[in-house]
Design a protein around this ligand. Structure first.
Ligand SMILES: [Mg+2]
Length: 198
């Protein structure tokens, strides 16, 4: 990662939980699509809310789901993506850039491992460079302070935006419900204000 964007040392790594807590504070009403595993555990450990969608059993489609949702609603949509997951479906970045919804912010937690399957190393790439090559606005951070600054810029940017945040691997204890139907129904109801059967 280049440190040009942040002024941070290349060796620094941000605290994913602190960054997750910050984005929830700044975007309390956002619909959040979280990658399966660590991204979902971290989100649920900060707050398990109806507007959280956990991508159980579906690695590699987190950003695609977020794009689809952003195109279907005017509400703010946040994607909490994993580096390994994004690598599985990198081509989605060109689709995001082509559609460019201004209500979509993609956060990539770059911990350089497949954290949910045992910590195998991810053969990483320069994700922000790849996003920019696709036509996306993308910035990088590797401290909590840097993330806060880049996240604010991403929210304010008039178009789809990405923040790649290099983080220390974490293993939060929180485990949100694995009931796919429940998660989907709760999320849909929260976005449609449908108070029907849960
Ligand atoms: Mg990872």
């Amino acid at each position: 990662m280049s440190s040009e964007d942040t002024g941070d040392s290349d060796r620094q790594r941000a605290d994913q939980l602190a960054c997750t807590e910050h984005l929830l504070q700044k975007s309390p009403d956002a619909a959040i699509i979280a990658n399966l595993g660590v991204a979902s555990y971290a989100l649920a450990s900060v707050e398990d809310r109806p507007r959280n969608f956990y991508c159980w059993g579906s690695m590699g489609v987190t950003t695609s789901i977020g794009l689809g949702l952003a195109l279907a609603t005017d509400e703010q949509v946040i994607v909490l993506e994993g580096d390994g997951s994004l690598l599985m479906s990198l081509g989605v970045l060109s689709t995001v850039a082509a559609c460019g919804p201004s209500n979509l912010v993609i956060v990539v937690w770059e911990n350089e491992v497949y954290g949910t399957t045992g910590g195998q190393p991810v053969t990483g790439i320069e994700y922000a460079d790849a996003a920019r090559a696709c036509g996306l606005w993308a910035r990088e951070a590797n401290t909590v302070e840097g993330f806060e600054a880049r996240y604010a810029e991403a929210l304010a940017y008039d178009g789809a935006a990405m923040v790649v945040c290099r983080v220390e691997p974490v293993d939060p204890e929180a485990r949100p419900q694995l009931d796919f139907a429940h998660v989907t129904r709760r999320f849909r109801d929260a976005l449609t204000d449908d108070e029907g059967d849960r």
